[in-house]
Design a protein around this ligand. Structure first.
Ligand SMILES: [Zn+2]
Length: 354
């Protein structure tokens, strides 16, 4: 598709969106009137308008990449400002997800001048920064839907910035200086891939964070992206106020052992940049686990396990690998919303104390 075609497509979508939203607002106004036989038709038309809005919002979301590509070379057209305002109004009355309405999202590509960027291997895709529309807190939560990397098959990354060996075992053995840049994650007992589940929970978490005024940096917002673990960590370091990576443990157990966070082991607490961050990692992890417990999630042991992870070894911001369960966990909608509420409690208490 040519740039001009993309542009035309984008404007067409915006015009359709504004039209559908305006129609919807008008019709919502009608709904408050005295009941009359016409109301039947109005309700029908209203739900149709809502469907159209949703469909258009979806279209906007799917053309996000194209939109972002355009905004790099030209300034944002004025109409998108109106679009944001109308969208915010509709949000209050129609209970649509924040992300569908968040026209304020931005593609964040890795900047090769950033610290540790020379340790990354694949960064052709961007992370997506969503800005909250209401009650803005000016805090960016980095949310990583664990796994789901493509394009880094067979590639390796260093475990530590000083290239020293890992001090504990995990998915990479103790003593190794390099780890796989791409890991598929485990498979749930029902056949669901870990990456699918982490994305599902991450998206729900994103929407809930945006609702409460947090901005969200989605380090993976697609099924599979060309952004390896190291690239995600480097982008989070430079763009977010914390980094929460969502996982489920592949421990081979036949029962759900509960949630926990992975803490930095003692052996690397003097290594840069870990010596500056491990206490904050611990506080964020402990508060997330405490929140999960308060929302009714089973907690494993004392809620933590010490493992030498590449993510926390390169993090210059509070950073946590959060294991919400394992392959035996049955993640239904009820459980997923408990995860989200629990993580919200954790984030709120962490930033309240900052
Ligand atoms: Zn995992």
């Amino acid at each position: 598709m040519t740039v001009r075609m993309k542009k035309v497509k984008k404007y067409t979508i915006e015009i359709l969106l504004i039209f559908a939203l305006s129609l919807s607002v008008i019709l919502t106004g009608c709904a408050g009137r005295k009941a009359s036989p016409e109301d039947m038709n109005i309700s029908e038309a209203e739900s149709e308008a809502e469907t159209t809005v949703e469909a258009e919002a979806e279209k906007v979301e799917t053309t996000e990449e194209e939109t972002e590509a355009l905004t790099e070379t030209e300034s944002e057209p004025e109409s998108s400002i109106e679009e944001t305002e109308v969208a915010a109004e509709v949000d209050a009355s129609q209970d649509m997800s924040a992300s569908q309405l968040s026209s304020e999202s931005e593609a964040i590509y890795l900047d090769e001048n950033w610290q540790y960027s020379d340790f990354t291997v694949v960064h052709n895709d961007p992370a997506i920064l969503y800005r909250a529309q209401n009650n803005r807190k000016d805090i960016i939560i980095g949310v990583d839907a664990g796994h789901g990397t493509k394009g880094a098959e067979g590639m390796k990354i260093y475990c530590h910035p000083d290239k020293s060996p890992k001090t504990t075992g995990g998915s990479t053995a103790a003593g190794a200086t390099m780890a796989n840049a791409q890991s598929g994650g485990m498979t749930f007992n029902d056949g669901t891939g870990e990456a699918t589940m982490t994305l599902k929970v991450a998206r729900l978490f994103r929407d809930r964070l945006l609702e409460d005024g947090y901005d969200v940096l989605m380090l993976r917002d697609e099924d599979r992206i060309e952004l390896d673990l190291m690239s995600r960590t480097v982008i989070a370091n430079n763009m977010a106020d914390c980094h929460i990576s969502i996982h489920f443990d592949g421990d081979g157990l036949g029962y759900d052992k509960g949630a926990f966070y992975i803490a930095v082991p003692d052996g690397i607490k003097n290594m840069s940049p870990v010596k500056e961050t491990w206490e904050l990692d611990d506080r964020l992890g402990a508060q997330l686990v405490e929140g999960l417990g308060a929302s009714g999630i089973k907690i494993y042991g004392n809620g933590t396990m010490k493992i030498d992870l590449t993510q926390t070894s390169f993090s210059t911001i509070p950073s946590v690998d959060l294991e919400l369960g394992n392959q035996a966990t049955l993640v239904n909608d009820e459980l997923a919303s408990k995860y989200v509420e629990g993580m919200m409690l954790g984030v709120d208490s962490f930033f309240a104390q900052r």
